[in-house]
Design a binder for this molecule. Sequence first.
Ligand SMILES: [Cu+2]
Length: 235
Amino acid sequence: MLDWLPENVSTYGGRIDFFFYVIYYITAGVFFLVAGAMIYFLVKYRHREGRRAVYSHGNTTLEWIWTSATTVAMLVLALVSKPLWGEIKQSRPAPDVQVRVAGKQFNWQIVYPGPDAQFDTADDYQIDNDLHVPVDAVVHVHLSSLDVIHSFFVPQLRLKQDAVPGHNITAWFQATKPGVYEIPCAELCGFGHSGMKGTLYVDTKEDYDAWVQQTWPPAEEEAAPADLAPAENEQ
Ligand SMILES: [Cu+2]
C-alpha cells in the first residue's frame, strides 16, 4: 500500500518511514471506522414513515474512550519519535564533507570549501544547482537564504529543511546509494518556484574524487584570506 514512497537512500530514512507507516495505518484505520459508522447510521436511521427524531445527549463512556485513546496515541508517538527527531535535527555526527547551500529566487547556490576545506577562502568553488557528495559520507549542509524562505528537499534522503533569511541552519545526511536525485524547493517562494530545482549527485568515492579534480580550483600553497581573494566567477 506504500509503494508510492520514493526509494530511501538515507541512513535515517528507514526509521522515518517506520513512523510514517505507523501514523498512516492509524489514520487509515480511523478513517475506515468513521466512514463505516457514517454509512451504517445513514442506512439504519434513514427515513421511515411514522418514525420521529429522538434527542440524545451523547455517550459519556464513548467520549472518554476516543478522547483518551487519541491523547495516548499522540503522547506515545511524540515520546517514541523524540530520539530520532533529536538525532536528525538537534545533534549530528561529525562531518566528512561540508557544503553551503543558499536558496535564492530561483536556484540553489552551492558553495564548496575547496581543497583547503575552509569556507571564505580563495579556493571556494561556487555553482548553482549542482551538489556532488560522496556515497556513505556524512554531509553537513549549511542552509541559508538570500531572499525569501525556501525549503531544501531531497525525498530519497527523507530530508526537508527550510532555508530561512537571517538564519544559518545545518542539516545533515548520509547517502547510502550512488545515484542522481532531485532537490526541489518545497516552500512556495515566488513565480519561479515550480522550476526551482537542483540536482544531487551521490558519487562513488572514485567518481567524487575525479569530479573534485576536474572541477575544483587546484590546491594552493597557502589559501588567501577572503578579503584578498579575486572576485568569484558567478556560474
Ligand atoms: Cu524556493
